[in-house]
Design a binder for this molecule. Sequence first.
Ligand code: FE2
Length: 391
Amino acid sequence: MGSSTTSSASTSPAHRPAIPEIPVLGFDVVEFWVGNAKQAAHYYHHAFGFDIVAYQGPETGHRQTSSYMLRQQDICLRFTSALSPDHPVSEHVKAHGDGVKDIGFRIADVQEAYAMATDRGAKGLCAPSTEQDAHGSLTKATIATYGQTTHTFVNRQNYSGAFEPGFTPYQQATPARPTGLVRVDHVVGNLGQGELPQWVDFYETVFGFFVFRDYDETDISTDYSALISKVMANASLTIKMPLNAPAQSKGGKKSQIQEFVDYYGCPGVQHLALITSNIVETVAELRHRNVELMAVPKNYYAHVEERVGAILEPLDRLAELGIIVDLEEGEEPDSEAVQDYMLQIFTLPLQDRPTFFFEIIQRAGATGFGKGNFKALFEAIERDQAKRGNL
Ligand code: FE2
């Protein structure tokens, strides 16, 4: 990690809460509540290369919902739909569209974690319970977080079945063709105006997490969109969760965070950042499969070298694929010695409402979240706009 000087964040022990952290081993399953889980599973299988590993529904004795469990390396996604209009999943989809309902946390002692969380003020939704079948047992508990989103604590150590008791292995017509995605890097929540302090406090006082990075509107602001963001993390950095809230842009335009909250109907998960070890190959494959990716103005690349200095990937290939680059915060670009940097790209929203999307990210040493890219992208758009005489 470089010597970050631009951010007001600190990882020093003095800034960490004095309470013991709830020991979270890492992200577990991310569950989506959607209108049509069957089609969603098919889409994420073919477009992004996830294996459909397990299924639960009427055929397995589950009368109310259908649920598909998808996996690529360490990334586990679950898609659930209800089979009747008055089911909570249907109500949720009606209000919010397709979206993330639950961010799972892998935890060794679910009982202890749930007791710690609820003792510290978290709203408990499902007390710890253990389910068993011939493949072993699995313990889960759920608490509420921002908006309608929840965190489920899971211990899978004593379970060897397809996914969870009640699920059956899914017979895929074709095995997945992976796209090189390996694990979840971070999960981003969008909050309403003025709601950031309360949720920072929640992750500090309930989980014992700390503010890993802190961005104010001077860091992430253009004439068109402004936001403030704090990245909540656990000490081992296996959990990183940026929390965004709208800020007033210089031009008085609506923040993209507010647009999300308006369409989703409440705070919710804006994006999941997925790690690849070779973003050039991953993005080439995603483009080949017609995954819609955010367009990058060509003139963005005219300024990349002066922003980040030398990098290992050929710049013309990055430009061809629309991959963007950011130097580690606080480091100076060097035209010869490669510094810590990161490569990233964003999909367009993955459902009709302009809400949830994926980020694909490759970290070449950098630990940040692409702050420089936000500015560089919008400046490039504004340069194009100025050329057309519209700025
Ligand atoms: Fe991100």
